[in-house]
Design a protein. Structure first.
Ligand SMILES: NC(=O)C1=CN([C@@H]2O[C@H](COP(=O)(O)OP(=O)(O)OC[C@H]3O[C@@H](n4cnc5c(N)ncnc54)[C@H](OP(=O)(O)O)[C@@H]3O)[C@@H](O)[C@H]2O)C=CC1
Ligand SMILES: O=C(O)[C@@H]1CCC=N1
Length: 260
């Protein structure tokens, strides 16, 4: 499989790291920032090329991993070389129809991954343009299934997937950080706090998954009548923490719908 990556930033690195764990693709890379491309090629064993079009010429699957504001510039540069090749866009909020406005009726895949793909624990949404054949869909789905859980979906759900799972690692990190700050406030060192809070999150997730516990069951098991936990939960409710988290995710969703 020959995979070309345009844009060697955060997501491209997560994708390359993940692919290298389970598959043996031939990787090609290009970035407008030559140092980034150089570093990427060294870290992931990719062949660095000198233009967007060279990526297209060398690959069957072309992953465009630039910011939404830059994607149309890239599409303009590659549109004449695409032919039957598969274009994969991971740009937030950019629809297949917007991409087609530049490149025409080509084989387009829209993917919304998250950074957790680098440890094969991603949750990602995938949808296809009608030009992509059943065999090609299977090939692309298998590629991304090697990086985590794939939701093959109608495009109308992609903005919600962006807000929930694309942005999700940052939201979870924000909650982890809040807990770690509390630990520092209570006298633990910063490093110790982070390690312990990570174990708290990991332990809660594994416990819930292994024992098929609902959130309510966990809360009931932990919350003694008149005890300590209920004091914390009541304060979270008084400050509408849950509402704030839901509103934050909905803000991200609105932004995904209006990214440009
Ligand atoms: N970060 C995340 O968690 C997620 C991001 N995404 C999507 O992934 C895409 C990439 O995001 P991310 O990796 O964070 O972004 P980065 O800024 O880390 O990486 C993008 C890279 O592309 C480069 N670039 C810009 N224009 C071109 C061009 N014409 N040709 C080649 N390279 C170019 C940028 O260079 P320079 O910096 O010099 O402009 C930069 O190095 C975005 O569209 C985003 O919506 C999706 C899911 C999750
Ligand atoms: O913040 C962003 O725009 C991108 C899309 C999803 C995660 N990061």
């Amino acid at each position: 499989m020959k995979i070309g990556i345009i844009g060697c930033g955060n997501m491209a690195s997560s994708i390359a790291h993940s692919i290298k764990q389970s598959l043996e693709p031939q990787l090609f890379c290009y970035d407008i920032d030559l140092d980034k491309a150089h570093m990427f090629s060294r870290v992931y064993g990719a062949t660095k090329v000198d233009s967007e079009m060279e990526i297209v010429n060398n690959s069957n699957i072309i992953i465009i991993a630039v910011k939404p504001k830059d994607i149309f510039d890239v599409l303009e540069k590659i549109k004449d070389g695409i032919s039957e090749k598969i274009i994969v866009s991971i740009a937030a909020g950019i629809s297949i129809s917007k991409i087609k406005e530049v490149v025409g009726g080509k084989k387009i895949v829209r993917v919304m991954p998250n950074i957790n793909i680098s440890v094969q624990k991603g949750v990602m949404g995938i949808c296809f343009s009608e030009e992509v054949t059943a065999d090609e869909k299977e090939k692309i789905l298998n590629l991304f299934k090697s990086m985590g859980e794939v939701i093959a979906t109608d495009e109308k759900h992609m903005d919600a997937i962006t807000a929930l799972f694309g942005s999700g690692p940052a939201f979870v990190a924000h909650f982890i950080e809040s807990c770690a700050d509390a630990a520092v406030k209570l006298g633990f060192s910063r490093q110790e706090s982070l390690n312990l809070i990570l174990t708290l999150f990991e332990g809660t997730v594994v416990n819930m998954k292994n024992n098929m516990l609902t959130t309510q069951q966990v809360k009931d098991m932990v919350t003694s009548p008149g005890g300590t936990t209920i004091e914390g939960l009541v304060e979270f409710e008084r400050r509408a923490v849950k509402g704030a988290i839901i509103d934050g995710i909905l803000k991200a969703y609105e932004r995904a719908k209006n990214i440009l």
